[in-house]
Design a protein around this ligand. Sequence first.
Ligand code: 5GP
Length: 214
Amino acid sequence: RRGVPFVLSAPSGAGKTTVCKGVIQRDPGVVLSVSHTTRPPRTGEQDGVHYHFVSAAEFRKLVAEGAFLEHAEYSGNLYGTSWAAIDAPLARGQDVLLEIETEGARQVRERRRDAHLIFLLPPSLEALASRLRGRGTERSEEIDRRLAIARREFAMAGLFDSFVVNEHAARAVDDVLAIVAAMRCGALSELGDRFSLARLRATLDPALAAWLPG
Ligand code: 5GP
């Protein structure tokens, strides 16, 4: 069996990194794709583990060589998933999780028919704002900027196949694992409308639901 590429996108503050970590810890059949970026490493980040850290010139050269499945700019830096990052694990039968922003998700949608796109979202606008504030380092203009980006990301929700609300991280991990397991055995329809956009629209905090495309 070939693996399935899973995309997990979420606005900043939705808890994407925690959920992705939980998924790969609980399911050894899923590996995280290591992206390339021109962003400088943060404290504790290792080259080749968290990202492949490259210069803008190296990144552009890789783009010209067709090395990327998708690439996008986010907050002034370039990010991309190389074909190399996903091809080997998929061929080994492992599923690959791509933790990427929505423009990248759009490109994956166009280029990989076998991909399954999951949108992770906070339970309410209030929770989103307070998670952004809770990071401490972010100033209020930065929070406003991230809320504006989040709003644009919500507008692209129509691209995605499944929607997971992250009210409690452990529960969101269970939900993603349920989607992964269903995709593996070709039984996604057995999940019914549990993770559908229609269900989300009907159950989400109205202030956030208003951000979803009509
Ligand atoms: P950070 O700089 O906080 O690690 O990531 C910033 C944003 O870039 C996050 O939304 C993250 O998911 C996204 N990102 C990370 N890697 C990639 C990638 O390979 N492609 C795209 N399109 N986005 C990425």
